[in-house]
Design a protein around this ligand. Structure first.
Ligand code: ADP
Ligand code: GLC
Length: 481
């Protein structure tokens, strides 16, 4: 089976969040089941600078305002198709915006082009390559199923995966004429959304199947509270909507062999985590001490509940725990956290920025990871926490609720507990979660068992990769039946 994956991000080439981890790891896991994945990605300048590409396999004299080619490349076990279109992707800044964080004004054009090319490859544009199924990720590639449906490859099954419904790619109606879609597509059951063009909406409407990254989030997004306006459409398509929980790449994230850790360890050598804890203390200018270090590795946004952490800082410090935070995002939250660190010197340490290596050290050295998200399609940092014995303390929502077993008395006694869940996302409930975690930490035998239980949890891709394979098979059966 041949899958064409279309995505704006892929680890280890270009990452702003969990999407990249997933699109980078899933192809490898599917490969083990005999499914061959090729991934179409934008040729951002940073991407092209990091690898060698072969001769072009596809040429466009004009693609959304300039010449473009598609080039084949391999990296880290991934088979890539790179859309080299300098007028769209050769820019200084991030994948979606400039260095000051403002979105590129032509994102509709950039990701419309990516989607169009994906659909044309599905339709046989590259000689000798015809994917059986196309798998699109998030709004940036969500026009792919629409282009396919409206002529480019109507008989090829497509899957639209929603990693985060909060980002929808909503643009004015004026762009429609430049997309090269037939007029009939500008309709309520096509790409039209509230009078404009909705990229994610178009994908949800057009794809043969829809998936999201946990079973609980798949249910939540059918309600007004979490549906971000798309709950009606998602309910109409409920029969084609699946929740498949993310896994992680357990070779990149392996405490026993992680080159980014000052000291490696396993569930049998938990004491060896101490050297990592010392390194965290140093990096975050925390006092040395015996008490727990809680950590956060996150985009600093409202979704992630970081404002609640800001309001809880004094209370967290009052427990005697120390707190290490790595993140970047909203300027106001960054400033509030830095102010909190200045006020609680030695107890709260904050590093603003994106630092993959430091995130590994924190999982390997801190005692617990806090994820107080208001909504969370899946969440990966708690999975890394499980793998590293950095016990998760989480909001009971979305994929967080699906991946951790709350350490209530019964679960502890049965030896199945893997973390602490709280709800709602308020200072009070967060503090209850933290207090429960600290109480467990003060009983070393219980804590060690909890850590071991975490490290035993299956966070690999194997089960979920099989669910994708089953879904792909069912779509091929639908096509042929
Ligand atoms: P989201 O994709 O919504 O941001 P996830 O939990 O799914 O949330 O994935 C976040 C990914 O980004 C994880 O791999 C996490 O370790 C990483 N990450 C987030 N912020 C940072 C940061 N400041 N530095 C390094 N890695 C980060
Ligand atoms: C999104 C979600 C996150 C999920 C990730 C990968 O960024 O916010 O919950 O883990 O995608 O699917």
């Amino acid at each position: 089976m041949q899958i064409l994956s279309v995505t704006p991000e892929i680890y280890p080439l270009i990452k702003t969040g969990g999407l990249a981890d997933v699109t980078g790891a899933l192809p490898l896991a599917l490969g083990a089941s005999g499914v061959k994945v090729r991934t179409l990605i934008p040729g951002y300048s940073t991407v092209l600078a990091r690898m060698e590409t072969d001769e072009p396999v596809l040429h466009y004299a004009a693609l959304q305002g300039g010449p473009a080619t598609v080039r084949v490349a391999q990296m880290a076990g991934l088979e890539l198709l790179v859309l080299d279109a300098p007028h769209l992707f050769d820019r200084v800044g991030g994948p979606y915006g400039d260095t000051s964080g403002d979105d590129w004004p032509d994102n509709w054009r950039r990701f419309g082009a990516l989607s169009q090319v994906g659909a044309e490859i599905a339709g046989g544009a590259i000689k000798g390559y015809l994917p059986d199924i196309v798998h699109a990720h998030d709004w940036q590639s969500a026009l792919t199923p629409a282009y396919m449906r409206y002529g480019r490859a109507p008989d090829t099954p497509s899957v639209m995966t929603v990693h985060n419904l909060a980002f929808q790619g909503q643009f004015g109606a004026g762009i429609f004429g430049s997309l090269g879609l037939p007029g009939e597509a500008m309709s309520i059951d096509g790409v039209e959304y509230y009078g404009g063009v909705g990229y994610l909406k178009a994908g949800l409407q057009s794809a043969w199947a829809i998936t999201t990254v946990s079973p609980t989030y798949a249910q939540e997004i059918r309600t007004p509270e979490f549906g971000m306006g798309l709950e009606g459409l998602l309910n109409l398509r409920a029969a084609d909507l699946h929740g498949i929980v993310n896994g992680i790449d357990t070779s990149v994230w392996d405490p026993a062999a992680d080159p980014l850790l000052p000291g490696t360890y396993s569930a049998k050598t938990l004491k060896a985590r101490a050297v990592n804890k010392r390194a965290v203390e140093k990096r975050f200018a925390l006092d040395d001490g015996e008490g727990p270090i809680l950590c956060i590795v996150s985009r600093l946004t409202w979704q992630k509940g970081i404002d609640v952490v800001v309001s809880a800082l004094d209370d967290i410090v009052a427990t005697g725990a120390r707190l290490a935070i790595l993140g970047a995002g909203d300027a106001g939250l960054e400033a509030a956290l830095l102010a909190g660190a200045a006020q609680h010197r030695g107890r709260v340490g904050v590093v603003i920025g994106y630092d993959e290596a430091l995130s590994h050290m924190m999982q390997g050295g801190c005692d617990a990871i806090l994820v107080p998200s208001r909504f969370e399609p899946c969440g990966l940092t708690q999975l890394y926490g499980l793998r590293y014995g950095c016990v998760p303390v989480l909001a009971r929502t979305g994929g967080l609720a699906d991946t951790v077993v709350d350490a209530n008395e019964a679960a502890l006694a049965a030896g199945v507990a893997t973390g602490f869940l709280f709800s709602p996302v308020t200072t009070g409930a967060l503090m209850q979660g933290i207090h429960r975690a600290i109480a467990a930490y003060s009983r070393p035998a219980i804590w060690a068992n909890l850590q071991k239980q975490c490290m035993k949890a299956d966070v690999s891709w194997s089960r979920s990769a099989n669910r994708y394979v089953d879904l792909y098979k069912s779509l091929l059966a639908r096509k042929n039946g």
